[in-house]
Design a protein around this ligand. Sequence first.
Ligand SMILES: *Cc1c(COP(=O)(O)O)cnc(C)c1O
Length: 380
Amino acid sequence: MYEKTIKFIKELYGNQEFTPLSVPKFIGNEKKYLNECIDTTFVSSVGKFVDRFENDMAAYTGAKKAVVCVSGTNALHMAMMLVGVERGDEVLTQALTFIATCNAISYIGAHPVFIDVDKSTMGLSPDALKAWLENNAEIRNGQCYNKHTGHRVKACVPMHTFGHPVRIDEIANICAENHIELVEDAAESIGSKYKGIHTGLFGKIGALSFNGNKTITTGGGGMLLFMDEELGTLAKHLTTQAKVPHRWEFKHDHIGYNYRMPNINAALGCAQLEHLDEFIADKRATASAYAEYFKYVDDIEFFVEPENSFSNYWLNVVILKDCDAQQVFLQETNDNGVMTRPIWELMTRLPMFENCEHDGLKNTVWFADRVVNIPSSVKM
Ligand SMILES: *Cc1c(COP(=O)(O)O)cnc(C)c1O
């Protein structure tokens, strides 16, 4: 049924026997920088690549400060702690996300509340957020509370799904009006911008990921982005065991975390970042080729970047006409050497989160039944 589409994707990727979904690309200084780490013995928690990667990423994104972490997941965990989320609080997020977002909320003992996504972005909807707050929230002593559960609503974590920015300025305004801290899960959206500003800079903190399947990789790794330099400095302290700087003494002034990215991972990141803009240009060209092709295919729609946005097109998305078509498409492509996969199982369908509060999730369920990710690796 989908032979023509399978043929098109295979050709796009040079007719390999197997076309993967997303694999990393190493074409620059990766080996050179890694060798430098080994030759100098600086492979671990100190070394020049850690500072360089943070500075280069701050310059690239426009952040006042960038702090590396061991993973995107612990960057999100640290972000939750830094904005003051506490046990028993509620955190507003989307059910259409990778599990890491909700795991980070859960590490604190806080509870996710799932808000619907926009049809145009696949990410948290400011309209749905506003509606939920109107029905559920009240402000007491300068804090937002859920008047039905009595819990404090401390933070909101929208996610820029597959690299496509959400309507983040509207979300930021709603959060500010309601005394809710905004943390952006920008794990998938490095290089993506909304109204010309890098994703992750609209809230108090943005979290990035450099896992192996992301647009650039450090093997494993993450990063926190700040416009508030002081908060960034505190993050650096807490992610490095809260050690008070001294040449030989071991004094610590907080419960700290060993969340610091090792120098060898940062070395990989420095080399990868040198090619990020080329990677994104290549990915956007692939997305254009897909968009042109799917214009003439009945019953399959290619998802294009939303208004006001510049997307990195991390993972390309097609929307099938219903759940049955989605299953047939997944079966045929994977049977024929073209790797595809459905969107993540909705958080509300997982045992840990199935009893969490949500707003009905109309668009979320619509996407879950139709979305398929198709091959998206950099081709150059
Ligand atoms: C990749 C990703 C993360 C972070 O994952 P790590 O593997 O811990 O770096 C967080 N949130 C989303 C939405 C992601 O896709």
